[in-house]
Design a protein around this ligand. Structure first.
Ligand code: SF4
Ligand code: SF4
Length: 376
């Protein structure tokens, strides 16, 4: 019997779309442009036409796909359950094979795959900051003040593995320290397997499936033997979950802490706090309720809600590749935070944090850092 040809994956996924348009009002890029090709339905049609050869690869089709934020807001509202994320990933993987990637993208992918080296380079860049041009200096992540080392975990504390991330490891030393403080206070013994690496999300965003798979393999090996792995960056969650076995549990740090919230006591907060909920936290991780449960324990907390204002525009390397569009998507969030008099903003994803901080003088921290700063 001759072998049956395999159906094209993009066509199969795209065929599920009934073109109802219910996703359109939820798409940040459609809201920005009002252009059908910048909507989920438009992108599905483009991906489909590229896959079946009705549309030749051309710059306008590539641009419409490049502009997608991968936020998955369309996926969660789709009544036909179109699997938009795998469709986008497969389409971008084909684009990557066809047109390659920029030198900067290659450099970013290589650096994030070598987090220890990235941390050293970042330290060097900070050291050189005084002699760098102002424009470059502004792009540097701010120097973080590290908390004093938290007390070590008590005997009998439950071991729990921590995913450190690539950029977060270098950029956000305070987050590691804050997470340790809170986990130890709730009876855990945090451990960071040394062989772990980047989750590969940045690589997947750019269609580099092969390198993302290699990183997943490294992480699978690093976390073997741990039944629970804790992640603080909502944007890393989906890729990291794919690296683990079905028997392992990947958990958001906020969910883990909320389960033992009665062991945490906080002192009062002063001044309004802008609350940003990353797309990945809303559409993938679902830790908003845990965050609210923990923040409700801080006396006097006054949250300025940035909900319903769309994506901030960070979206992997979108903030670097499309700076004007990324800034336009970010602007309403920063305006609302500023109008509410926020002195600080919290957001649970490293990419959003970098992007929001780069556009404002308001300090932007992970919610866990905010919680640890208010521990009594
Ligand atoms: S992706 Fe889903 S919601 Fe959007 S047009 Fe297609 S079927 Fe409708
Ligand atoms: S993933 Fe986000 S930006 Fe991309 S089409 Fe869906 S809603 Fe629009």
């Amino acid at each position: 019997m001759p072998e049956q040809p395999q159906p094209d994956r993009v066509l199969m996924l795209a065929d599920a779309c009934v073109q109802c348009g219910l996703c359109l009002p939820h798409c940040p890029t459609y809201a920005l442009t009002g252009d059908e090709s910048e909507s989920p339905r438009g992108r599905i049609a483009i991906a489909r036409a590229l896959a079946d050869g009705r549309l030749a690869a051309e710059p306008s089709a590539d641009a419409a796909l490049d502009h997608c934020l991968g936020c998955r807001r369309c996926e969660v509202v789709c009544p036909a359950h179109v699997a938009f994320a795998p469709l986008l990933l497969e389409t971008r993987s084909r684009q990557r094979r066809r047109r390659g990637a920029s030198l900067r993208q290659h450099a970013l992918e290589w650096l994030t795959a070598h987090p220890a080296l990235l941390a050293r380079l970042l330290r060097l860049a900070r050291w050189l900051a005084p002699v760098l041009p102002t424009a470059l200096r502004r792009e540097l992540p701010p120097r973080v003040v590290q908390h004093p080392s938290p007390a070590t975990a008590s005997t009998g504390a439950e071991p729990i593995a921590i995913f450190s991330g690539c950029i977060a490891r270098a950029y956000d030393a305070e987050l590691s320290s804050a997470l340790d403080q809170l986990l130890i206070a709730t009876g855990f013994a945090p451990q960071r397997p040394t062989q772990q690496t980047c989750c590969g999300t940045l690589h997947l965003h750019a269609g580099n499936v092969a390198q993302a798979a290699a990183l997943a393999k490294t992480n699978a090996h690093a976390f073997a033997g741990y039944s629970t792995v804790v992640c603080t960056a909502s944007g890393c969650h989906a890729a990291l979950a794919d690296a683990l076995t079905p028997a392992q549990r990947l958990r958001d740090a906020l969910d883990v802490l909320a389960e033992r919230a009665d062991r945490l006591h906080f002192r009062a907060a002063s001044g309004p706090v802008a609350l940003h909920l990353p797309c990945s936290q809303q559409t993938v991780v679902g830790s908003e309720a845990a965050l609210r449960q923990l923040f409700a324990r801080i006396p006097g907390i006054h949250l300025i809600e940035l909900r319903g204002m769309g994506c901030c525009g960070a979206a992997g390397t979108h903030m670097l590749d499309q700076p004007a569009r990324a800034a336009a998507l970010r602007a309403p969030l920063l305006q609302a935070a500023s109008a509410g008099g926020a002195g600080i903003m919290v957001t649970a994803n490293i990419g959003c944090r970098l992007h929001l901080a780069a556009g404002s003088d308001i300090e932007v921290v992970h919610p866990i850092v905010f919680l640890a700063r208010h521990l009594s």
